[in-house]
Ligand binder design. Structure first.
Ligand code: PEP
Length: 249
């Protein structure tokens, strides 16, 4: 059965001390009730946050990884380095990486494979920009991102991937996708996965929604049959908001 997951993406926020405080509060409040909660922190926080985690349902993730395994790549952090901190997840293909750092489908596909080889669970992000939705191209855009990013994986590897649908126009804008828009896209993604890998694989794939998710809209979004949780940016920076979203299930 697919997992219900709420993952917080802290982005480039929180000093180490602030991150430790936030992680401590979240760790205290997380209940071991089957919902997987993930803290995707900046690289420098990973080890400290790992040492704070005592709950079985609370996991650690990175927000990016290098596209090479090791060597002379100044400033980069490899999947093995991430794994060695005790992290289990890594966000790959966030729209900010795609747009500000020109990460294309081929590079993201490479990162997904490196993450899987290091036994990290990729949280693979996809989503259209506003102009693409307005032009009616959102389904095609997301389909292409998923096909190019993931569909040369074996079924075994694909089964380890989490997908996050994040309409770019909803990220950090305060304007979330409506419940119907989210369900429509998540259903389409699940159907796409079913066509490629079969119904069982599709049924077992966790598909998260991301984009201005907050305690006030999480319940409605998560009530959809194909929405298996959320990737949370702004609201993950505050324990009360983040835990409010977790408890929306
Ligand atoms: C994100 O960046 O992944 C995100 C969903 O951000 P926000 O929740 O702030 O829209």
């Amino acid at each position: 059965m697919r997992k219900k997951i709420v993952a917080g993406n802290w982005k480039m926020n929180k000093t180490l001390q602030e991150g430790i405080e936030l992680a401590r509060t979240v760790n205290r409040q997380v209940e071991d009730n089957g919902i997987v909660v993930v803290l995707c922190t900046p690289f420098i926080h990973l080890t400290e946050v790992r040492n704070i985690i005592t709950k079985d349902s609370l996991f650690l993730g990175a927000q990016n990884c290098a596209s090479e395994t090791s060597g002379a790549f100044t400033g980069e952090v490899s999947v093995d380095m991430i794994k060695s901190t005790g992290a289990d997840y890594v966000i790959i293909g966030h729209s900010e990486r795609r747009s500000y750092y020109n990460e294309d489908d081929a590079l993201l596909n490479k990162k997904v494979k490196l993450a899987l080889a290091a036994e990290l669970t990729p949280i693979f992000c996809c989503g259209e920009v506003l102009a693409e939705r307005q032009a009616g191209n959102h389904m095609r855009v997301v389909k292409t991102q998923i096909e190019k990013g993931l569909f040369d994986l074996s079924i075994d590897d694909f089964s380890k991937v989490v997908i996050a649908y994040e309409p770019v126009w909803a990220i950090g804008t305060g304007v979330n996708a409506t419940s119907d828009q989210a369900q429509e896209m998540h259903k389409a993604i699940r159907e796409l996965v079913a066509e490629k890998y079969g119904n069982l694989a599709a049924d077992n794939t966790s598909i998260l929604y991301g984009g201005s998710c907050k305690p006030s809209n999480a319940k409605e979004l998560f009530a959809n049959p194909d929405v298996d949780g959320g990737l949370i940016g702004g609201a993950s920076l505050n324990a009360a908001d983040f835990m409010g979203i977790v408890s929306a299930f």
